[in-house]
Design a protein around this ligand. Sequence first.
Ligand code: FES
Length: 122
Amino acid sequence: MSLHTVANENEIPIGSNKPVTVAGENILVFHLEDGYYATQSNCTHLFMPLKKGKILDGCTLQCPFHRAQFDIKTGNVVNWASFPPGIQLVNSIRKEKPLKTYPVTIENNEIRVDMTETESIN
Ligand code: FES
């Protein structure tokens, strides 16, 4: 297991995220009502940054560019890119793809992200 401390609990208010680079990966650490979660920091649609994405329904992240929506807890696509009109042409070559997620644990008030899977691939 490869745990990396990325923040203290009081650094990320509920409903927000913190971008961090850990083990060579850019990730976002989210604080939701029921805990902390981590995802890759760029959208799987056209790789734009998700840090300013809107959180809908408490756990769905909407990309600010073409409005793809992802479940922050699982990374699964909730709705694929839908904006602006005509984006479906791009979608014909950019198929739905989930976000990578990373396990998060809390220890001694520290938020730790497990990068084991990523490090074993690189
Ligand atoms: S880059 Fe995120 S929806 Fe297109």
